[in-house]
Design a protein around this ligand. Sequence first.
Ligand code: VGL
Ligand code: ZN
Length: 232
Amino acid sequence: MAAQSSYNFRPALIVVDMQEDFCPPNGSLAVAEGRTITPVINELLSLPSFVAKVTTQDWHPQNHVSFASNHPPPNNRPFIDTVTIYHPDDPSLGHYETRLWPDHCVQNTPGAELIPELDASKATHNIKKGTDPRVEMYSAFVDPLGVCDSGLNSLLQDEKVSHVYVVGLAGDYCVKSTAMDAVKLLGLEGKVFVIEDGTKPVDGGEPWEESKKDMESKGVKVIGISAKEVRW
Ligand code: VGL
Ligand code: ZN
């Protein structure tokens, strides 16, 4: 009897937060060179191999906890100060410290739009995240305390996804968290790839090198667009 392969290559592409507010020249939280990665991402979006192509949008209400403007001075400087976020139902269920940002990606505002040069029509799904005003949510899957689930995990499980490719903005925040959650929630150690040419970090240089090490230590592979894993 012929051996039947149990191996099925079912890759998914996640395009994280390619939104006006994360891009120069006018974004309120513009990532340096954020727009320049679009051709690489469009090339990936044009590949027929993906069983799912997901765009995500940071989609905050105006009263979101990550906005510096929603906290009293003097410890509310965007990019500099942090706040501690407790589990909204019961503080004893957990807490985490998180960085404050300028107001960004407010629901239904121009800054929350996907940038027009992104071939978003080639995506199969769009996921909104960061919609709960009480919690920060960098990952496109779930916030750190499990309060808010975007539905991305069940979507990718339903599609029996075997490999995940992550690009978009920002490399050291939402891309990083999304890739690490893909490993953890889907059990895909060594099968989640961040394509470095398809992302840019908020903090370049040494902090970005550290972020890549963090990702690698959690089973994410950081590769280039020309890597053999991207030429199927
Ligand atoms: C992000 C900071 C705040 C991101 C979202 O998409 O990486 N960064 N909100
Ligand atoms: Zn945000």
